[in-house]
Design a protein around this ligand. Structure first.
Ligand SMILES: Nc1nc2c(ncn2[C@@H]2O[C@H](COP(=O)(O)OP(=O)(O)OP(=O)(O)O)[C@@H](O)[C@H]2O)c(=O)[nH]1
Length: 313
C-alpha cells in the first residue's frame, strides 16, 4: 500500500508531493517503516521504528541496518540486498516473513517483516520494510501450545500430546526395528484417598506421583497423564526385561512417597502397573494401551502395588 504512494495519481488542479505524503503517513503508522537504498543504506526511519528499536532516526539515517539486526544474520542480510540489487529481481516483494531484530539495549525480539521495492525516477532500486513487533503474539502462541499439550495439574503431557508423541515413536521404532514398551500406571484405592482427606490432598498425591515418575525417567521417555489417576510411560529402545525393571523402580519410588498434611498426618499411597511390548501389528498406541491396560487390570486383581506384564510380552 505504501509503495503505491509513489505512484498515486493526483486529482486535476492539485500538485502532488509524494515525499510529504509518505512521511506524514509513515509517522502515524503503528508499524515500523524503514526505507533503504540499493546499497542497504537507510533513507528513512519512522517514529514507530524509533520506539521499537530504541534508536533515533537521526542516528540511523545514512547507516546500514546492522544495529537493528542480530549479528548472526547481518551477512545474510547484506548478501540478500546485493543479490537483489544486482539482479533487479525482488523475490520477497509483498511477502510477510518472520525474523529476529535487535533493540539498542541488546535484547532480541521477533518481528514480522513485509518488504516492497520500487525503481525511482533515477532507475535506482529502493526497498521499504514494514516491521511489526510480534513478541506478544509469540508469547500467546507459546501459552496456547502449552495449554494444548500439558496437563494443568501436573505439568506433564496431557493425553492428546502423549498419544501424538507415542504415535511418532511407534513409527520410528518400526522403521528402525528397535524395541519399545509402554507402562500403564494407576494409583491404588485413590477414591479412598479423596474420601478420607479431600480432593485437594488427592490432587497433591497426583502431583507428587507425576514428579516422582518424571525424575526416574530418561530424557527420551514419554510420560503422560491419561486422565484421573491414570498415567502412561513410553520407553523407547527398551524391551520387556528393561521395562519391567523400570516399572518395578517406579512402583518402589511411589511406595516410598509421603505427603505431610498441615495437621501432621502423613498420607502414603501405592500404584499398580501394567507393561506391554510393541508388536509389529501395533500401528497406533491404541492396541498397545489395551494390552498394558489388561496387564494393569491383572496387577489390581493380584492385590495392587505390583507390576504385571501383558501375557504376550
Ligand atoms: N483429587 C482428584 N481426584 C480425581 C481426579 N480425577 C479423578 N479423580 C478421582 O479418582 C477416583 C478414581 O477412583 P476409581 O476409578 O474407583 O479407582 P480407585 O479408587 O483408585 O481404585 P483402584 O483403581 O481399583 O485401585 C475417583 O474418585 C475420581 O473422582 C483429580 O484430578 N483429582
Amino acid at each position: 500500500m505504501l509503495l503505491g504512494i509513489a505512484r498515486l495519481t493526483t486529482a486535476p488542479g492539485r500538485t502532488d508531493n509524494s515525499d510529504a505524503k509518505f512521511h506524514s503517513l509513515a509517522n502515524v503508522a503503528a508499524d515500523a517503516i524503514i526505507t533503504i537504498d540499493e546499497h542497504g543504506t537507510i533513507q528513512s526511519f519512522n517514529l514507530c521504528a524509533e520506539r521499537m528499536f530504541g534508536r533515533s532516526a537521526e542516528s540511523m539515517i545514512g547507516q546500514k541496518l546492522h544495529p537493528i539486526i542480530p549479528e548472526r544474520y547481518r551477512r545474510l542480510h547484506d548478501d540478500g540486498v546485493s543479490r537483489v540489487s544486482r539482479s533487479g529481481e525482488t523475490p520477497f516483494d509483498g511477502e510477510t516473513r518472520e525474523f529476529h531484530a535487535l533493540r539498542k539495549d541488546g535484547s532480541e525480539f521477533p518481528i514480522e517483516l513485509t518488504v516492497a521495492s520500487w525503481f525511482g525516477e533515477d532507475r535506482r532500486l529502493s526497498f521499504i520494510g514494514i516491521i511489526r513487533d510480534i513478541t506478544e503474539r509469540k508469547r500467546l502462541e507459546a501459552e496456547l501450545r502449552q495449554l494444548a499439550t500439558t496437563d494443568p495439574l501436573t505439568g506433564i503431557l496431557n493425553r492428546r500430546r502423549f498419544t501424538e508423541l507415542t504415535t511418532q515413536e511407534i513409527h520410528r521404532a518400526h522403521r528402525l526395528r528397535h524395541p519399545l514398551t509402554l507402562i500403564m500406571l494407576d494409583i491404588d484405592w485413590f477414591k479412598r484417598i479423596n474420601d478420607a482427606f479431600g480432593h485437594t490432598v488427592g490432587d497433591r498425591v497426583i502431583q507428587s506421583l507425576a514428579s516422582a515418575c518424571a525424575s526416574e525417567l530418561r530424557e527420551i521417555d514419554i510420560l503422560g497423564r491419561l486422565g484421573g489417576e491414570e498415567f502412561a510411560v513410553v520407553l523407547p529402545e527398551l524391551g520387556a526385561s528393561g521395562s519391567l525393571e523400570v516399572a518395578e523402580r517406579l512402583r518402589q519410588k511411589v511406595e516410598g512417597l509421603q505427603i505431610t498434611l498441615n495437621d501432621g498426618r502423613i498420607v502414603r499411597f501405592t500404584c499398580s502397573l501394567g507393561v506391554a511390548v510393541l508388536k509389529d501389528t501395533d500401528q497406533s498406541p491404541d492396541t498397545l494401551l489395551v494390552r498394558a491396560d489388561n496387564a494393569l487390570y491383572r496387577a489390581k486383581r493380584d492385590g495392587r502395588n505390583c507390576v504385571r506384564a501383558a501375557s504376550d510380552s
